[in-house]
Design a protein around this ligand. Sequence first.
Ligand SMILES: Nc1ncnc2c1ncn2[C@@H]1O[C@H](COP(=O)(O)OP(=O)(O)OP(=O)(O)O)[C@@H](O)[C@H]1O
Ligand SMILES: [Mg+2]
Length: 567
Amino acid sequence: MSARASPHRERILILAPRGRDAVVAKEILRDAKLHADICLDTPELTAEVRCGADLAILTEEATRQGDIRDLAGWVAGQPPWSDFPFVLLTEHGGGLERNPAAASLVRTLGNVTFLERPFHPTTLISVAQTGLRGRQRQYECRRLNEELESRVQERTSELATANRQLINQIKEREDVETTLRQMQRLEAVGQLTSGVAHDFNNLLTVVLGNIGFIEKDVAAAGLNGKIAQRLGYMRTAAERGAKLTDQLLSFSRRQRLEPRPLDLNETVVGMRDLLQSTMGGTTHIETRLHRGLWSAMVDPTQLELAVLNLAINARDAMQVGGSLTVETRNVTLGPPLCPEEPPAGEYVGVGVFDTGSGMSEEVRAKAFEPFFTTKEIGKGSGLGLSQVLGFAKQSGGGVRIESRLGEGTAVHIYLPKAEAAAVRTAAYTRPHLPAEPFHAVEILLVDDDNEVREVTRAMLHGQGHRVLEAGSGGAALDILQREPGIELLIADFAMPGMNGAELVRLAREQRPHLPVLFVTGFADRGALGEVDESHIIAKPFRPDELADRVRFALGYDGSSKVVRLRR
Ligand SMILES: Nc1ncnc2c1ncn2[C@@H]1O[C@H](COP(=O)(O)OP(=O)(O)OP(=O)(O)O)[C@@H](O)[C@H]1O
Ligand SMILES: [Mg+2]
């Protein structure tokens, strides 16, 4: 017998080996438009059931004659949705209660309907139709079950995807929060350090100024021995303090930068000798300069200082004979991975690579923090990298460190591209002033810090000027009104109430052409953005620096005395 032709057509199997029983049954069913196939023995029936059928009609004696274990095995192994229907044609008078063999078939074949012979054709048809309908229900159940399963699977995979997305989002959020926390921490440390640095600059002005006066007195008295030596130590220590304060300010991104379009290749070439003497003769120095390098917008002096800082770190990390590479590159960066890195975009990069000790994860994580150092006391202050970072960030770029313990370190500085091409001009150089004497003038000196004002006054006085003092902007305006002879206003920038810039603005209403010199402790230099460097003097300052700036402000070099102020 052939396998089922169409999977949709219902098929009944008949196993009735005796006489014409099978043929008769098939004909009855055909009259009712039911399709049936006749099987000759139990193995064939089992094979056809496996092949696919919807109902089996079999006679009791056929089950007795043949071995139905195989069929029973198939029945037992049906999937959960299937309960294959059998119609068992029993002998006349063979009710189940008197026919234990037939009763046992219920256990082996399961879904069995007993039909006692002789039967009326209508009964056979109706039993067959009932069995087929039941089978259809089972198929329907299977379909629904499969649909449900595939929906569950779909939903499960949707949930898994959503779950993965959620985990990724949580991770991203945690990363952003960590970065934010680090940035906030650095910002807070920056604010703190700039405040401290500002105050220190005031203190150092007083210390260094007074050291200067004592030095003069000591020299005048001809005391050149021990006292002069001790004064020298004090000066060195105070100047070191001033340098540290400077580094603190650059970390807190509050230094005054003078960016201009710069060719970093030129900068690196120009630094070669300095690098070689810093690193010592045994270190091999290599430069890899990118041809077609974009111009960077950066303060040349600060950049040199940053590269030098990195070179010194490299020197300290290397045994004798290591190698230092300075590289320039055009780079396109993706989103930052740590707070030190700049936002995504195009940058001009300068990298300093060494073959030194490298950094552990812990050291790398803290390297940018101000005062973090692994060097012995007195060897490192832990401000080098924080200064480099502060400078790079303030310039609109960032920094990246790659380091492997025992292999070496690469520090990349990323700087913003300049719109214009680099021009070969020197950075700000002090104007050349005629050496000889200028007449003394009347100066109004405004500073809220009494000691700083005292030292400044003494310096100016020592240079022959007449000095009027005010401790606040308001007092200064009063004096200006009273004293028409004032030729120069020297104003501290950061003062409570009215700051230096506001004071100058109001003073100019009375005296539009009054020359001005700002004194600043750096913390506020950003606010003096457009004021020319030559009209600003940074604390702590030496008497000769002050003298130069005063002369410059007064216009003795022929320069303009007009100081522009940012509104
Ligand atoms: N090239 C490098 N190789 C290995 N470790 C480095 C390198 N650069 C920096 N470090 C590590 O990072 C720390 C901080 O560096 P940073 O330049 O800020 O301070 P410092 O060098 O210790 O002191 P300072 O620069 O103020 O003299 C160093 O003490 C060192 O542990
Ligand atoms: Mg260092």
